[in-house]
Design a protein around this ligand. Sequence first.
Ligand SMILES: C[S@@+](CC[C@H](N)C(=O)[O-])C[C@H]1O[C@@H](n2cnc3c(N)ncnc32)[C@H](O)[C@@H]1O
Length: 379
Amino acid sequence: MVRMELIAVTLFGLESLVAKEIRDLGYETIKVEDGRVTFEGDETAICEANLWLRTAERVLIKVGEFEATSFDMLFEKTKALPWSDWLPENAAFPVKGYSLKSDLFSVPDCQGIIKKAIVEKMKQRYNKDWFDEKGPCYQVQFSLLKNKAVLMIDTSGEGLHKRGYRKKANAAPLRETLAAGLVNLSVWKPGKAFIDPFCGSGTIAIEAALIGANIAPGLLRNFAAQRWEHIPKGLWKDIRKEAYEKINYDHEFKVLGCDIDKDALALARHNAQLAQVEEYVSFEQKDAANIHSNEKYGCIICNPPYGERLGEKSAAESIYRKMGKTFSHIDTWSYYILTSHEEFENHFGKRASKKRKLYNGMIKCNLYQYFGPKPKQQK
Ligand SMILES: C[S@@+](CC[C@H](N)C(=O)[O-])C[C@H]1O[C@@H](n2cnc3c(N)ncnc32)[C@H](O)[C@@H]1O
């Protein structure tokens, strides 16, 4: 097994959650920066991280890191990296990346230089001039930040938020990784009541069900590195088998998703079936103003309409006012509300216990967290 540095790419605001997930898998984190967590691992770590990380966007192998202020430096230092340790002769190796606050600001030029440097390295290693790139994909990614280049290979393929259960979505679905993050940030545990009153296509409820039953989020999909020869096929098989064995069939729990829109609920039910969690979730058509529960303690986790589009702001504000009234009847519950509306607390009528900045795509949001009292210990 080869020890290497791996990078889990994260949404802004979820770095600490991803770092915790990595440590829970048994790997040591080296660095936590904006949008990425670096950790140490081997081939097993590549398989486990892809299969199990709920809040990371993708897992990359760090091939090298260096200072680059000219195209010559970028070319020479890229060429010096051990590409042929990873790329087989038939590898497809497209290059993509970004540049921020760096002298080399033209991304297409950087892409071209990096590609050329890797080809030169491959020519030396394989003693040939032309590569048809018809084999497995080794997507090369680069970042240039303040003249520091990091070169990586993507092991995930499609982003890890694509679990495989959401073939269709409603108008404003939440990313599965962010939905899992909201659940992980809450005090919800299987057995405790759970409601998402604005469930839309069901993402938060489905992610809660996956977490509650300890179902690995990547079980229904494949990853780019499954086609690589460095990682024995048997390893992927063993790690999937272990993941099936870790599913907790003993937990009896039910999470509830509600929405006013019956088409959204039909989609949510369909998605829950695809995710194979239909026994843990139920969906009801209901106005959020009519939410109630006989359970003394529980969690509400939701992303209501934000009112971002012209003409929708006052409708969103009216929903927040209704939520404020309804939720006050279950004030022993904890609520977690994600919205970009800056004045949310004023309309809801209560200051949050804590706020956390999160990004829903490009939209800057706050997660307004209201903590209920701790359940009394049973004597
Ligand atoms: C931002 S979307 C939620 C998306 C969802 N998290 C997902 O991943 O698909 C907001 C949802 O609130 C629903 N909604 C709007 N007003 C409502 C109300 N008064 N009561 C319940 N649901 C409402 C909409 O139908 C929509 O599905």
